[in-house]
Ligand binder design. Structure first.
Ligand SMILES: [Zn+2]
Length: 325
């Protein structure tokens, strides 16, 4: 199986719309008029009202950290980075007549909340469950791809599967072959990748089609024809870009972090591509590098103190050793 990418090169992820969010007791996210705030760390934010640049590797970082059981955390995430999911579930590769029960339940929840005259298309609200459905799809897609890149097999991916999409399985016609050892576990994972991503991206990346945009110099408005992709599409595009460039995933060496990442995120904000170092990068961020270096130094001191006390023949190290170090 070989994945062909079109276009072959990574594509700039367009900024996404970010609105003010109010969380109701029932878990609805009510969007009010677009409030554009220039965020501290996003100094390259676009000048158009209401759009915000998506931080690099958001799909590997903040989305993975997000607690999907915590409505408040979901509301804060939405306020900071934008809305996950569009009106009609059109960004998910599921046929309406095959919707799983969980999707039908969330859809019914949204429909009940519509005000008179409001439609699912123009509604100005979402629900934390709608966000969670989309977040789980991105997480599953990420796990499937990184397992494939790291040469793991399908069973681990299926065990961790959390989204409403059907987990990849060894197709019936293939299962027989696998049992007879004609198809390796790696090959079955490769076929799962080949089954899953064309369908997912066909739905999720639909907003990023070939287009023209009409931009007025004077108006601080979103250009006419600008892709209406929301954060879900943007996160899928981040993943697709890493797939297209066959990016190598690393695991952060900070023992309390251990996350997967591609490029280190600098405390100075996003780095121009030319400055990105990929070789020898061990940490996902400066903060992780500092934390682990501190830990390594402490352990080093402890070890040398123990070595010294070992040489002196005393069973435990004295206070004096620590102060000397
Ligand atoms: Zn880290």
């Amino acid at each position: 199986m070989v994945l062909m990418h079109w276009p072959p090169a990574p594509i700039l992820v367009p900024p996404v719309r970010v609105d003010e969010v109010d969380l109701t007791d029932e878990g609805f996210l009510e969007f009010s008029s677009t409030a554009y705030r220039r965020a501290e760390s996003l100094d390259d934010a676009p000048e158009w009202v209401g759009l915000r640049t998506v931080p690099e590797e958001l799909y590997l970082r903040e989305l993975v950290d997000l607690d999907l059981e915590d409505s408040r955390a979901i509301a804060e995430f939405t306020l900071r980075y934008g809305r996950l999911g569009v009106y009609d579930w059109a960004d998910l590769p599921v046929e309406r007549r095959r919707w799983p029960a969980e999707l039908r339940a969330v859809d019914a929840l949204l429909k009940r909340h519509l005000r008179p005259g409001e439609t699912l298309v123009d509604r100005r609200f979402s629900h934390v469950e709608e966000v969670a459905v989309h977040a789980r799809v991105v997480r599953d897609a990420t796990r499937l791809w990184t397992a494939y890149r790291e040469g793991r097999d399908l069973s681990g991916v299926v065990a961790d599967w959390e989204s409403i999409l059907a987990p990849p399985t060894v197709a019936d016609d293939l299962r027989h072959e696998v049992q007879r050892h004609k198809v390796s576990p790696e090959e079955s994972l490769a076929r799962a990748v080949g089954d899953f991503f064309p369908l997912l991206f066909d739905a999720a990346l639909r907003p990023y089609h070939v287009r023209v945009e009409a931009r007025s110099q004077a108006a601080q408005a979103i250009p006419f024809g600008f892709p209406q992709g929301n954060l879900f599409s943007a996160l899928c595009l981040q993943l697709r870009n890493h797939m297209a460039e066959n990016a190598k995933y690393r695991r952060c060496r900070n023992t309390t972090c251990g996350r997967l990442f591609v490029n280190k995120r600098s405390s100075r904000g996003a780095q121009p591509a030319a400055f990105k170092r990929r070789k020898g990068v061990e940490f996902c961020s400066d903060a992780c590098m500092w934390a682990q270096n501190k830990r390594d130094r402490r352990n080093e001191l402890k070890r040398s103190a123990q070595d010294r006390s070992g040489r002196n023949g005393s069973p435990s190290k004295g206070e004096g050793d620590d102060q000397e170090a």
